[in-house]
Design a protein around this ligand. Structure first.
Ligand SMILES: Cc1cc2nc3c(=O)[nH]c(=O)nc-3n(C[C@H](O)[C@H](O)[C@H](O)COP(=O)(O)O)c2cc1C
Length: 169
């Protein structure tokens, strides 16, 4: 079974906590955690199976460490890579930009040939606008630790069930 590279960054610790939770719950897979604040430029290249975790800051902006790191994705060929994404945001305070950073990374890696899996229904969320949508679904797992932390554990479990078959091929 191939190793999975999980790449995340986190300003207040929320995304980091979810990255660790996913690693714990996917204990049948070998997962390397990489905080992009410390990752080398080409760290993603050695993985064919990738999970990306990103929170949204400002008004629809990438979290700072992702902002510094994202240019590295431009020189990468994702055509052999399967990628699942999870995003953290606040659907109440930032209802016009909910999870936009997940959309920013999604459209970037799509442009570079990634096979992105793990789309997620918008049922159960209340927001006005998000760029993290494709065909009326979120492009990855949507998490809101600010307003719906009590739903996170169950959402992560269901999402892992959904993506695991693609990662165990
Ligand atoms: C100043 C500030 C700006 C934010 N901007 C957004 C935003 O535009 N969209 C969104 O969905 N969430 C936004 N959030 C919510 C964060 O993404 C959320 O709290 C997240 O869990 C933080 O994760 P982290 O600690 O891993 O960075 C913002 C939070 C703060 C404090």
């Amino acid at each position: 079974m191939s190793k999975i590279g999980l790449f995340y960054a986190s300003s207040t610790g929320n995304t980091e906590k979810i990255a660790q939770l996913i690693k714990e719950k996917m204990s049948n897979n070998e997962i390397d955690l990489h905080d992009v604040a410390e990752a080398v430029d080409n760290a993603m290249e050695k993985y064919d199976l990738i999970i990306i975790g990103v929170s949204t800051w400002g008004e629809g902006e990438l979290q700072d460490d992702w902002e510094d790191y994202i240019h590295n994705l431009d020189s990468m060929n994702f055509s052999q890579k399967t990628v699942a994404m999870f995003g953290l945001g606040d659907q109440e305070e930032y209802c016009d930009n909910f999870l936009d950073a997940m959309g920013t990374i999604y459209y970037k890696i799509l442009e570079h040939g990634a096979n992105v899996i793990g789309a997620w229904s918008t049922d159960g969320y209340d927001f006005d606008e998000s760029t993290a949508l494709n065909n009326c679904e979120f492009v990855g797992l949507a998490l809101d630790e600010d307003n719906q932390f009590d739903l996170t554990n169950e959402r992560v479990d269901r999402w892992i069930e959904q993506i695991t078959p693609y990662f165990n091929k």
